[in-house]
Design a protein around this ligand. Structure first.
Ligand SMILES: [Zn+2]
Length: 271
């Protein structure tokens, strides 16, 4: 996918069943999911949430950025994977070597976003990359230093992280922005070039149903009210616009647009 002179490419890493919808969204009655089951059937496995874990590669003005590093090598996360550990082969398929990644940008530090930060020995998987993350994300992850993904994917890189505290230009036309609520210091990425626009919304709306139901509470949204406020602020500026909207937990490539269908804000993949 091209945004002006910037490339935005999906880098799939994993897909699997994570939780029952009733556990992940305890306040949402089962019948309320019906329209979304029809719209996003790939995200349903019976009453369970079948969730992809994807990353994105951005290339602008000679700078190659990997946004998030996925679930990582099999074995770290206690979920029911269908496929996992795909990131290296996904990069191969794009013709990108891991030593060509200039910047690893982490939207936040949940287990499904930091998995390939390191190899199984805790050595940086992207040898040349700057690892950029919001200061509050890193500070929060440090408070969870008993958790395996923090021990293997975050603590060994302590000296390597470059922390930011607000909007930050990663490359020409590529800027990280704070999208609070899901995780401390949670950030998205805006791309703008030659009139083209795209927004990697990260986990601002972790399920596309939340684009139309911004007040639905997902149990892993750290600050639900803040997260809902971020959705209320961000989504209207993306609906029925040319802007691409990308999320690694959405179907297919995870790159699409939000359009109004029968009065409902719906995410549709752009192929
Ligand atoms: Zn996530």
């Amino acid at each position: 996918m091209v945004v002006g002179s910037i490339e935005l490419l999906p880098v799939p890493d994993a897909v699997g069943v994570f939780a029952d919808y009733g556990e992940a969204y305890p306040e949402v009655p089962p019948e309320a999911w019906a329209p979304y089951r029809a719209l996003y059937h790939e995200l349903f496995a019976g009453d369970s949430w079948r969730v992809p874990g994807g990353c994105f590669l951005i290339r602008s003005a000679g700078v190659t950025i990997l946004v998030d590093t996925g679930v990582g090598p099999p074995g770290l996360w206690d979920w029911t994977a269908e496929e996992e550990g795909m990131l290296p082969s996904s990069l191969d398929a794009l013709g990108v070597r891991r030593d060509e990644i200039d910047v690893v940008f982490l939207t936040h530090m949940h287990i499904d976003h930091v998995g390939w930060n390191t190899d199984l020995e805790g050595v940086a998987f992207f040898p040349r990359a700057r690892y950029v993350v919001h200061r509050d994300s890193l500070a929060f992850a440090r408070t969870q230093d008993g958790r395996p993904h923090v021990q293997r994917c975050i603590l060994p890189l302590e000296d390597r992280f470059e922390t930011v505290t607000g909007d930050f230009e990663l490359a020409e036309g590529v800027s990280a922005f704070v999208a609070p609520g899901h995780y401390p210091g949670h950030m998205g990425v805006r791309l703008a070039s030659s009139g083209g626009e795209a927004v990697v919304i990260a986990d601002t709306a972790v399920h596309p149903a939340l684009l139309h139901e911004p007040d639905w509470v997902y149990v892993s949204d750290g600050e639900p009210e803040t997260c809902a406020a971020t959705r209320h602020a961000l989504i209207p500026e993306l609906v029925d616009r040319d802007a691409l909207v990308a999320c690694g937990h959405y179907p297919g490539s995870g790159i699409g647009r939000i359009v109004t269908r029968d009065g409902r804000a719906v995410w549709e993949e752009v192929r």
